[in-house]
Design a protein around this ligand. Sequence first.
Ligand SMILES: Nc1ncnc2c1ncn2[C@@H]1O[C@H](COP(=O)(O)OP(=O)(O)OP(=O)(O)O)[C@@H](O)[C@H]1O
Ligand SMILES: [Mg+2]
Length: 276
Amino acid sequence: MSNIKKPYVIVLGNEKGGTGKSTAAMHVMVYLLRLDFKVGCIDVDARQGTLTRYIENRIRYNQTHEERLPTPVSKALQKANFDDVKQNEQDEKARFDEAMAELSDCDFIVIDTPGNDTFFSRVAHSYADTIITPLNDSFIDLDMLVRLHSNDPNNLRPSVYSEMIWEQKKNRLMRDKQPIDWIVMRNRLTNLYAKNKEEMHKILTALSKRVGYRLVAGFSERVIFRELFVQGLTLLDLQEVGIPLSMSHIAARQEIRSVLDMLQLPHLQKKLETAG
Ligand SMILES: Nc1ncnc2c1ncn2[C@@H]1O[C@H](COP(=O)(O)OP(=O)(O)OP(=O)(O)O)[C@@H](O)[C@H]1O
Ligand SMILES: [Mg+2]
């Protein structure tokens, strides 16, 4: 795998809370761990610490059960708290670089960011090979990508978040001569509002070229995600921990596989070639 970039950095981000970043981060990581990749993660949302707690719950699960569920090496970064903004930024950049260096032997580093704009989040985005932005099927979430006027796809302005991504794409290109693959992943899809779902698909597809992302279908709405968090488990662990797989679980695991396929991660493609 000498010609493949290591570590490959995947950032979960958007500037809206509760769209599924931390949940998706955990599922992506466990998927990669189960393929025997070495995975590290950085929680730059340590104040909320959802991903950190998810991993703590998983470690506790391992301590109290017989299984040894694969678990990522994890780092949590707290915001700096000096009076001076520049000093805060220097301190945060130095600690971010340190965490990245400590994880440099990983195949993948997954970074979970908060649902609002922070310095840590901007730095993390600028190091991404892939950014995954989970989006719920609502016009409020759509607003995070573009400012729409009267739902007319021809009458739009970029949102502050898409402007930030363009900025970080430029930074990445100048610093590393590398592009960023931006993925918008629809999450919590339901069949209840089929009309709305279809409308969102049309708009998101129409916007994809203009805003510069690739669109993927993500996870359906499933109550099980909440319960899994508490136990530190993912849908990819159910068999190992002895939970019988229902049709819904099987469909959910298939959704996760499809998302990972759509990411077109070079390591995975290489692994499949080698295996085949
Ligand atoms: N597909 C889904 N179906 C049902 N519930 C989901 C789904 N995805 C996420 N959730 C739930 O939604 C809540 C928010 O998810 P999560 O914490 O992953 O979002 P987030 O984007 O990381 O939030 P924040 O911006 O606050 O960090 C959690 O309770 C999670 O279990
Ligand atoms: Mg989160």
